[in-house]
Design a protein around this ligand. Structure first.
Ligand code: C2E
Ligand code: MG
Ligand code: MG
Ligand code: MG
Length: 286
């Protein structure tokens, strides 16, 4: 794996390679350099209110701008980062960058919150709530402007530690979002007692609501569940106007997906606002 300039070539982690420890080591070494050389970048994807199409938040999605391989998606390096513990400095980098960018769009007159994805490893690491508090203070950002997205599967880790960390972060005033809801195997009991402010319905259910009665039943139930828990509900992976229209009728609060806007770097990120058009068409046809 010695590259031409004496650097170690990256072997990108893919599901198939998971069993090859040397590949993990190579990715880990490269990733450590990537952090030092500032090769990571954030793209942002808007979450909009379904009834008005207003942007409520931008979700930060990390990418690796690799000098040889171009833009590497998070699915290709996050598993190695989590495995090695590099996810801890990586998340600190993402949080600092995301809060700086949030200040950028605030200065440009936009009140959008910023959403950051965190892994179970972050929530298990001692001092994570203190780190979040310190980064918010450093940036001078109101905690209400930050949302942490936690996948359902993260809740199945060291449950007690994870729940305590979530409680401490929520106590700061930071929003707590359960990401990819419905995709994991987590029992509903994990939701009980968690200070959840947002539930994101997994794309797997959202994409089929236009023509699958079972997906519709599941999405309706999750909307009712979220509202019953006093939380807002966001549909992820909204790709068509048909799905968007259905979500309005079903009482979903927020939507995110390629229909509304693809992930892009700030400040290029411009929601395409397909949304008002969808609503106008709807109104026009009544
Ligand atoms: P996620 O948080 O559920 O993010 C949504 C993923 O779906 C993103 O992929 C996004 O680009 C993609 N997506 C958004 N709208 C659509 C759509 O309409 N159709 C389809 N087909 N896809 C859509 P991405 O950026 O590759 O991220 C994948 C996952 O990696 C994320 O899933 C999240 O779990 C994780 N991730 C991304 N950035 C970070 C990070 O900074 N830290 C951590 N811990 N995880 C991250
Ligand atoms: Mg997310
Ligand atoms: Mg998601
Ligand atoms: Mg997802």
């Amino acid at each position: 794996y010695q590259g031409k300039r004496g650097t170690v070539d990256v072997v990108v982690y893919s599901g198939e390679g998971a069993g090859h420890p040397h590949q993990w080591l190579v990715v880990q070494a490269e990733l450590r350099h990537a952090l030092e050389r500032d090769e990571l970048i954030l793209h942002y994807q808007p979450k909009v209110g379904v009834t008005d199409g207003d942007v409520h938040a931008l979700e930060a999605l990390v990418r690796w701008q690799h000098p040889q391989r171009g833009l590497v998606p998070p699915g290709d390096f996050l598993p190695a980062a989590e495995h090695s513990g590099l996810i801890v400095p990586l998340t600190e980098w993402v949080l600092r960058r995301a809060l700086a960018d949030q200040l950028g769009w605030t200065a440009a007159g936009q009140s959008w919150a910023v959403s950051v994805n965190v892994s179970a490893r972050n929530l298990e690491a001692p001092g994570f709530p203190a780190l979040v508090a310190a980064l918010l203070a450093e940036a001078g950002t109101a905690p209400q402007r930050l949302v942490l997205e936690i996948t359902e599967t993260a809740l199945a880790g060291d449950v007690e530690t994870v729940e305590r960390a979530i409680g401490e972060v929520a106590a700061l005033g930071v929003g707590i979002s359960i990401d990819d809801f419905g995709a994991g195997y987590t029992s509903l009991s994990h939701l009980r007692g968690l200070p959840v402010t947002e539930i994101k319905i997994d794309r797997a259910f959202v994409k089929d609501v236009a023509d699958d009665p079972q997906s519709r039943a599941i999405v309706r139930s999750v909307i009712a569940l979220a509202h019953g828990l006093g939380s807002r509900v966001t549909a992820e992976g909204v790709e068509t106007a048909e799905v968007y229209r259905w979500l309005i009728e079903a009482g979903c609060d927020e939507a995110q997906g390629y229909l509304i806007g693809r992930p892009a770097p700030w400040p290029q990120v411009a929601p395409t606002f397909a949304v008002p058009t969808v609503i106008d068409t709807e109104r026009a046809s009544r």
